[in-house]
Write a protein that binds this ligand. Structure first.
Ligand code: GDD
Ligand code: MG
Length: 319
């Protein structure tokens, strides 16, 4: 097991305005892009080859991740001219992996601390067709509902129901056997959630859930993304400063604020519960709270910004 596909081609509609110029997986959480958190997680499970299945704003991934050598990984890019849906994207990316081994698939907008090594292990033990990471949420309506038998076998896959039959949901990390990959048609728009998985259940395929309730979050809305960043930063202190950034000693960073690489925070600035991306300049005595400051933004001296998405061109309230 050495390969994974990251699904990073969605539009991120619910994350507007944050996704105006940035694909959702390249948004910053706790100082680094969401995708980089996922690379680190995959690497910890022994995965060294990754294909990024891209579509929307595909060109923004390559300058950051390159060939992956900086992470000790081999990264390739599969670009869809127009979005092929989750299943079509997986099939398209699989063309770059000539593997007889199982492949891990990750939704690109999920942060998870679940035990991927154990999920892969369980997949192999069952000689399964697909093994889905499942977790429990309070409100399952926005997710894929996945009821299972007591032995973990999946009995249905019900994407986004109004009246969920269970609060056990698809957490967006799958192990696929090569035979399942081959069953998806090439160059065709396919949804794994609405087509492939229900069809596999109907055909009696060996589809299992791997239930793990470790930290898990879908960063699909601005609030979910901001909260995730704050929570992760707070695990190790009240703020996070990435290498290459300069913070004046009289500036105050609080409430899980993160400063990405190569930014400068001037004297007297107060930044609370915010995400400051790389290459930003925050002027003296600026006050920023609950906001997302986009890469390369210059914030004026004394500016007061609350719950906003900030670029050099505009300051938009975060809904
Ligand atoms: N390359 C590519 N092409 N990627 C895509 C495409 C596409 O056409 N469409 C979606 N993706 C990527 C998105 O970027 C995202 O990383 C992932 O596929 C899932 O798409 P979302 O749009 O985020 O789906 P969702 O959040 O509504 O639901 C999915 O995730 C839930 C868990 O967070 C489903 O898999 C649910 O079943 C699941 O519960
Ligand atoms: Mg999502």
């Amino acid at each position: 097991m050495a390969s994974a596909i990251l699904l990073v081609g969605g539009f991120g509609t619910r994350l507007m305005p944050l996704t105006k110029n940035t694909p959702k997986p390249m948004l910053t959480v706790a100082g680094i892009p969401v995708t980089e958190h996922q690379l680190n997680m995959a690497k910890a499970a022994g995965i060294t080859r990754i294909v990024l299945a891209t579509s929307y704003l595909a060109e923004l991934f390559t300058p950051y991740f390159g060939d992956g050598s900086k992470w000790g990984m081999q990264i390739q890019y599969a670009v869809e001219k127009s979005p092929l849906g989750t299943g079509g994207a997986i099939r398209n990316a699989a063309k770059l992996i000539s593997s007889s081994e199982s492949i891990v698939i990750l939704n690109g907008d999920v942060l998870s601390s679940h035990n991927l090594t154990e999920q892969i292990h369980q997949h192999e033990e069952h000689d399964a067709d697909v093994t889905l990471h499942l977790t429990k949420v309070e409100d399952a309506r926005a997710f894929g509902c996945v009821p299972t038998e007591s032995n973990g076998r999946v009995t249905a896959f019900l994407e986004k129901m109004e009246q969920p039959v269970t609060n056990q949901i698809n957490a967006g990390c799958y192990v696929f056997s090569p035979r399942v990959l081959e069953s998806i048609p090439v160059d065709t728009v396919v949804s794994v959630e609405r087509e492939t998985f229900p069809a596999l259940v109907a055909s009696g395929a060996a589809m299992y859930g791997y239930v793990d309730s470790a930290y898990w979050v879908d960063i699909g809305t601005p609030h979910a993304l901001m909260d995730a960043s704050i929570e992760i930063v707070k695990r190790n202190g009240d703020f996070l400063i990435m290498p290459g950034s300069k913070v004046d000693p009289t500036a105050r960073l609080t409430g899980g604020t993160s400063i990405s690489a190569n930014s400068q925070i001037s004297a007297g600035a107060m930044i609370e519960s915010s995400i400051i991306e790389s290459d930003c300049y925050i002027g003296s005595n600026a006050q920023i709270s609950g906001s997302y400051v986009s890469r390369g933004t210059k914030v004026k001296d004394g500016a007061k910004i609350v719950s906003s998405f900030v670029t050099n061109d505009e300051i938009i309230p975060i809904p």
